[in-house]
Design a protein around this ligand. Structure first.
Ligand code: HEM
Length: 442
């Protein structure tokens, strides 16, 4: 088989397909107490997990996916030579990478929600659907795989659901920017962005740097798999609103500053295309709302500030240190918790935020690089001290510059609006690899 023809029937649907809109989703964490039971779980999951083939099937928007942590691979008895072939970051797991990720203070692993970050997290099962009824049937399919299986225990669950107007808890429309992937048949959302080599997201194919990138061994285990990063991110919505209010003289300025911090108005309309005022029609138009570049007419960031969330995390064609294309990621964020009612400025104590999910072939040069260099540092665009004003590890003394004529506006004392509650680095095996894991004889 040619290296560039994607084996869609082997790749899990959750890797390539953008989540449906609207959506409901459930994450379930499993612990494997007995190796043989874990292998039976893999066999059963291989029947419950959907592949990326059949893009026009009516069931295409409801799917179950399964991924395994490094501790999970160990619990399944994967041989040492194979374990050693996985990237170091994955072997160490997310909690051990806290320093690189900026997970300190309240966000540090000792404060994470149990059992996140512990060696008990072995398997992550995700069910996703446009509605509760179909989610329930997908969940039942998944639960059949581990219920009544002595030696496997469900240890954590998180339910997620879409918020009104597809917004995340701070109130911005989410889920618009997606890369196009060669051979997937699933289009990207920016006609100015060349499709990416499949090996950037799926293991076993040429990527943007190499014709034959290294993958975990044996080949049957690594090929058609991807790495997945799950992070439960609590959002301090009241603090975000208070900060905007404290730095603006009226409601219009609050909205203007919020848009500058994100790089998009809350409607989703990008500042790159409508810098002076919101354009809600553009915000909901999926053919136009991500169809833009930065550099041609906005090198300084008068429209989209260089330090805004979307420009940092995908500088597109902007001049920054390094090669932007090798740090691109697939995101599958889903919201959890009740929205904070409009206008409320006091924290109501509810847990709300984003179950952030990264999908890619390289945890190090994609997720960790973006999180540490682009989100939590500003050197790459020549910026002053400051982190991403939306999701960065703010310490209360950072600044955010909004370039303006005749002089820029500088926001001071940026606190941290997003707290890490925990997460894990996982490997999402191909359907064939799930069976390989099921048939291990060690
Ligand atoms: C609670 C925390 C976060 C919130 C509220 C948030 C919110 C958003 C929103 C509203 C968008 C615009 C929607 C879109 O372009 O599709 C966006 C884009 C994006 N976010 Fe986040 N995000 C968060 C955390 C993260 C993290 C942790 C990362 C990666 C380390 C990340 C990476 C990105 C990327 C790559 C884009 C697309 C930028 C583009 O292509 O223009 N975000 N985010």
């Amino acid at each position: 088989m040619s290296a560039s023809v994607l084996e869609l029937d082997q790749i899990q649907s959750g890797v390539l397909r953008p989540r449906p809109t609207p959506y409901v989703a459930t994450y379930i964490l499993l612990r494997i107490d007995e190796r043989t039971a874990g292998r039976e779980l893999m066999r059963r999951l291989s029947a419950a997990v959907a592949s990326a083939a059949h893009p026009v099937s009516p069931a295409r928007d409801t799917w179950v996916s399964a991924s395994v942590s490094f501790q999970g691979l160990k619990a399944l008895g994967v041989p040492k030579s194979s374990l050693d072939s996985f990237p170091l970051q994955f072997q160490q797991g997310m909690a051990a990478r806290a320093k690189v990720l900026g997970d300190r203070g309240e966000s540090s692993p000792e404060n994470w929600e149990k059992p996140l970050g512990s060696p008990d997290v072995h398997v992550v099962v995700t069910a996703l659907s446009p509605d509760s009824e179909h989610l329930q049937s997908a969940l039942e399919r998944a639960q059949k795989a581990y219920r009544e299986l002595t030696g496997v225990a469900a240890i954590w669950r998180q339910d997620c659901h879409i918020l009104p107007d597809e917004k995340e808890p701070f109130g911005f429309k989410d889920g618009m920017s997606h890369p196009a992937i060669e051979g997937s048949g699933i289009p990207g959302s920016n006609s100015h962005e060349r499709p990416f080599k499949a090996g950037e997201f799926v293991l076993g194919y040429p990527d943007e740097i190499s014709e034959a990138p290294q993958i975990p061994q044996p080949e049957i285990l690594g090929r058609n798999g991807s790495f997945v990063v799950f992070r439960k991110l609590h959002q301090r919505v009241a603090a975000f609103r208070q900060y905007l209010k404290a730095n603006a003289s009226d409601v219009h300025t609050e909205e203007f500053l919020a848009a500058k911090m994100m790089g998009r108005w809350r409607s989703g309309a990008p500042l790159a295309l409508c810098p002076m005022h919101d354009d809600p029609e553009l915000g909901v138009d999926s053919r136009r709302n991500n169809d833009f570049l930065f550099k041609a007419d906005d090198a300084i960031g008068y429209k989209t500030p260089l330090g805004s969330h979307i420009r940092r995390l995908n500088p597109r064609d902007a001049d920054v240190a390094g090669l932007v294309r090798i740090h691109r990621m697939i995101r599958r964020g889903t919201a959890y918790g009740p929205p904070l009612p409009p206008g409320v400025l006091e924290d109501d104590g509810a847990d709300r935020g984003l179950m952030f999910a990264f999908v890619g072939a390289h945890i190090g040069r994609q997720f960790e690089f973006v999180q540490s260099e682009w989100m939590n540092d500003s050197a790459f665009f020549g910026g002053t001290s400051g982190v991403d004003p939306i999701s960065g590890a703010g310490d209360g003394i950072g600044v955010f510059d909004v370039p303006r004529r005749p002089i820029r506006t500088r926001l001071q004392g940026l606190p941290r609006f997003v707290i890490t509650r925990g997460g894990e680095y996982c490997f999402m095996p191909s359907l064939r690899a799930l069976l390989w894991l099921a048939e291990l004889k060690t």
